[in-house]
Design a protein around this ligand. Structure first.
Ligand code: AVI
Length: 325
């Protein structure tokens, strides 16, 4: 297929096997233990995340979709002909709303989805090619950092980097800072950054979204251990860890952990790593920050990403910001 290019990115260092998993070793030997959230997204985890997006308690996807449906035309109009780079594209479901809006104006050219889940990336890219017969897809399998540093030359007059779904919330403020630099380095003056963020709200709404009744979020959390088992020859006994998520109101963030149900020892053979767990000890697998619209706008502005338009829903639960470098 000529309209599709898929590139599997590897870390710049050629000795891939020795660098992969270094972050796992670092997190599991840290006190308190943590794991980087991108390990959620092997192909199985990406499927589970798709299921989360449809849960009645998980208002995020539904709310952002509605905002996009209402304002995608406006976004396309403001940016003009623009190729779309999307970070964490997953199934590209919400992206179709944007692609449709660009197509309507005759602006649809090239879509560059980026995702760590290569299987999910390839499947959704192939589907998009069928649905959009004139679209070029250049898919990049890798982390944001790798992909942003290796974007192919532009084919359109302008570029927009899309980062929707509130994945920014999964970064610490420090990681966020480094990430904004990667964004500004990847863009040229006048180009766009589209950001979707979950906003602060009562914990009565937030906590159920991360503790759904069907247990899909728990399975998603536990799958990280299964992923590590598969990838690094590990022997986590997933029946001996439980999902634990709560809203930290002071830090304005959901904190998601895996809690060891007893004293146990786990080995990750290919990392040469042995980890001991005390009963009740936890691994922090994710933070999910909830933003204040004005604060994040100021932060973006101070990093040179000037917010030129903001959209939200009637409840002000979710925000979509179009920024320009
Ligand atoms: C991808 N990210 C924005 C999700 C979130 O809500 O922070 C990941 C997730 N974790 C548990 N449920 C969903």
């Amino acid at each position: 297929e000529e309209r599709l290019q898929i590139q599997r990115l590897v870390e710049a260092t050629k000795v891939v096997t020795s660098t992969a998993g270094r972050d796992v070793a670092k997190g599991l030997t840290h006190n308190p233990k943590y794991l980087p959230p991108y390990y959620f997204y092997d192909d199985q985890g990406s499927d589970l995340f798709e299921q989360i997006c449809d849960l009645p308690e998980y208002y995020l996807t539904r709310t952002e979709t509605a905002i996009l449906q209402q304002y995608a035309g406006e976004i396309a109009q403001i940016t003009g002909a623009c190729e779309l780079v999307e970070l964490g594209s997953g199934s590209s479901t919400k992206t179709r709303i944007l692609l449709d809006a660009y197509q309507k104006l005759g602006y649809l050219q090239c879509y560059l989805p980026i995702d760590v889940s290569a299987g999910m990336l390839e499947n959704s890219a192939r589907k998009l090619l069928q649905e959009y017969p004139s679209l070029q897809v250049y898919a990049l399998a890798g982390t944001y950092e790798m992909a942003l540093a290796q974007l192919p030359p532009k084919q359109s007059p302008s570029r927009m980097i899309g980062f929707i779904g509130s994945s920014l919330g999964n970064m610490t403020t420090q990681e966020c800072d480094a990430f904004f630099s990667q964004i500004t380095n990847a863009l040229q003056a006048g180009e766009y950054f589209l950001l979707g963020i979950d906003l602060q709200k009562p914990k009565e709404i937030l906590e159920p979204a991360y503790n759904d009744r069907q247990g899909v979020t728990a399975a998603f959390n536990i799958n990280m251990l299964e992923h590590l088992n598969r990838r690094f020859e590990g022997n986590f006994d997933t029946t001996q860890f439980e999902h634990w998520a709560f809203y930290n109101e002071t830090a304005h963030q959901i904190e998601m952990h895996l809690r060891s149900m007893r004293s146990q020892t786990v080995q990750l053979k290919s990392l040469n790593l042995t980890v001991n767990f005390a009963p009740g000890e936890t691994i922090l697998t994710e933070i999910s920050r909830k933003f204040n619209l004005n604060t994040i706008k100021q932060q973006l502005q101070s990093r040179g990403l000037v917010p030129i338009q903001t959209w939200t829903d009637a409840n002000q639960w979710f925000g979509l910001l179009l920024c320009q470098l």
